[in-house]
Design a protein around this ligand. Structure first.
Ligand code: NAD
Length: 284
């Protein structure tokens, strides 16, 4: 149920056409935000705005195509948010890829490394850069005597914090970059009222991972390591993003919020049936 926690706020979400970005766009719009949905796949984000409008005819949502691996596209996306909605309060740098040819140190082609870094690491850098420039222009909230600043959320991954014998070297390195970049930027901009945090999702039931884990064997190889005995749902990450987007997380910056079902705390995982059922998607 909406509590209007993002009323009058403007949010830009990248990778909004699927998975985490899609669920976050629906949730942020439900919470009253003006949402700019950005994706390299324009049909996907146009479809997402239709889903949102069906649920909420008065939702203020707009879809545009941008490749976060191109600096000028990221700048243009932020400019569009300002032009259409007047300001930028929340930047969710969420778009990312996991390339099927990404492998170990011996087999990964340089072109795969470069492409992954361009989208997953540089895309986040550019998203932070243009969001910071935009958020600096947000007016001071006189009632609170505070810079209104903004909240930047970067999607990292559990693989930034733990190794796997099923390697995707470029992806893992790119997510490590997201973690360290987020920490540093958070400190640099802490006195400007701009909070910058990351989320490290665990393995999720989204196209990004499920296209890759396309056999029961591949899925079971991972499931045995998950304490809850299930993959996460994109909506569970969207709820964490909502928390970081709002003032409820006002004393948090430079933090990595792990939403991974206990994965990074586990040594020996439990056996038996999974106890908790997963929440359902907001798309239905
Ligand atoms: P997804 O594949 O469901 O959605 C990703 C979206 O990003 C797609 O709509 C795609 O079109 C878009 N996209 C891809 N490249 C882009 C580009 N260059 N510019 C703009 N948009 C682009 O994936 P998801 O699972 O929702 O992943 C979202 C983020 O979460 C990614 O950064 C991913 O690395 C991270 N993550 C996912 C998992 C998982 O298990 N699914 C785990 C940890 C972290």
């Amino acid at each position: 149920m909406s509590t209007g926690r993002l009323r009058n706020k403007v949010a830009l979400i990248t990778g909004a056409g699927s998975g985490i970005g899609l669920e976050s766009s629906i949730l942020f719009a439900q919470e009253g935000a003006n949402v700019l949905l950005v994706d390299i796949n324009i049909e996907a984000v146009q479809g997402a705005t239709e889903i949102i409008r069906q649920k909420q005819p008065d939702a203020k949502v707009l879809a545009i195509r941008a490749d976060v691996g191109q600096e000028e596209d990221v700048k243009a996306a932020v400019d569009t948010a300002i032009k259409e909605f007047g300001r930028l309060d929340v930047m969710f740098n969420n778009a990312g890829i996991m390339h099927p040819a990404d492998d170990n140190a011996l087999n990964t082609e340089e072109s795969i490394w470069d492409l992954t870094m361009k989208i997953n690491a540089k895309g986040v850098w550019w998203g932070c850069k243009y969001a910071i420039l935009a958020m600096r222009k947000n007016p001071t909230d006189e009632s609170k005597g505070l810079h209104t600043g903004g909240s930047i959320i970067n999607t990292a991954s559990f693989v930034a914090s733990m190794g796997a014998a099923t390697p995707q070297l470029a992806y893992t390195a790119s997510k490590g970059a997201v973690l360290s970049m987020t920490r540093e930027l958070a400190i640099v901009h802490a006195r400007e009222g701009i909070r910058i945090n990351s989320i490290s999702p665990g393995p999720l039931k989204t196209p990004l991972l499920m296209n890759f884990l396309n056999t029961p064997e591949k899925r079971d190889r991972r499931l045995v390591h998950l304490p809850m005995g299930r993959f996460g749902e994109a909506v569970e990450i969207a709820k964490a993003a909502l928390f970081l987007a709002t003032d409820e997380s006002s004393y948090m910056t430079g933090t990595d919020l792990k939403v991974e079902g206990g994965l990074t705390s586990a040594y020996v995982t439990p056996i038996g049936e999974q106890a908790l059922t997963a929440p359902s998607s907001l798309t239905g």
